[in-house]
Design a protein around this ligand. Sequence first.
Ligand code: NAD
Ligand code: MG
Length: 348
Amino acid sequence: MQVNIPLKKVVDNSYDISIDTLKKIHFDTKVAIITNPKVAGLHLSYLLSFISAKELYIITLSDGEEYKNQESIDTILESLFNHRFNRKSMLIAFGGGVIGDMTGYAASIYQRGIDFIQIPTTLLSQVDASVGGKTGMNNAYGKNLIGAFHQPKAVFIDPYFLNTLAPREFGAGVAEMLKMAITFDKDFFEFLEDADLNDKELLAQAIKKAVETKASVVVKDEKEHGLRAALNYGHTFAHVIENETNYKEFLHGEAVAIGMIMANEVSLSLGLMSRDEILRVKNILQKYNLPTSYKIKNSNSFYDAFFLDKKSSDESVTFILAKAIGEVEIINNVEPSVIMSVLDKFGD
Ligand code: NAD
Ligand code: MG
């Protein structure tokens, strides 16, 4: 399936996102492919059958969220300096969202910014992380606290890579697709209710729909002054869950699944969503083997943790709530008592 989605003029920059088998491409510049041992072991030779360059280097970083840090960025930058990369050189992110975020960030700061291309290899990075130009890394203070908006020159999404993805990682990507469907597109939600994503054609269609949704939001609000925050649906709760479980029990997308369930309970309390609708969301999460329950041990400390989130201001927590399936609202003034009674429902 050949799909090209032009992400129309995002600030000074527009680029194509293709969802297709990779095509041969030659770069008349220095190119560094940034990847990790797992992705390289599985897929680097496949990638190299498509990519050639004047000079081609491979930079391999350790695999894992815990390596999305300054040390890995330094590894990239040192290699670029050693090989005398210049303003015309190109970086290629080859891996999941961790590699994509770090490659993009390194590209944004090397000599004040060079080009990069995303070749995402997880479902989550194909439908979410590779699109939209957020790049960054973690530090001791938290996740994604350092970074830059730096749009890629192109995004090449080849669903072939997903054949080797662990089922839980696949599910985590589906959770982010569901997030986009529930907030912006009821037809997409119904498609995902019916579809068997083991069917390659349907999977490609789902990826396309998710990417279109994300791109359309990013075009309207690149730097998250408003609408783009809607893509954090489920995330306010998810971040607390991830923190409480030390990032060990749930993948991010799994925590988002539970977070969407919690956000929907708030919607129900405020009369924004019906019981039937929140049941439909629960059912679809279960269809994709995503978790839908979590035991909150202490509602007060769970609530307090919302204020650690970088999206919250000092006084109020911003809640992204579905108004219905396919409609979203960003609300700053939900009464704490409403939230507390929802959190209590998830307690003992
Ligand atoms: P990840 O990059 O850690 O990949 C998950 C695991 O899958 C890793 O072990 C990876 O090596 C492995 N893997 C990658 N491709 C594979 C393949 N084809 N087959 C088998 N294994 C493969 O995690 P992720 O879920 O892709 O991305 C999560 C990261 O993305 C987080 O750091 C998050 O902050 C970031 N993110 C960024 C944005 C953004 O807008 N920039 C959006 C969402 C998430
Ligand atoms: Mg997310």
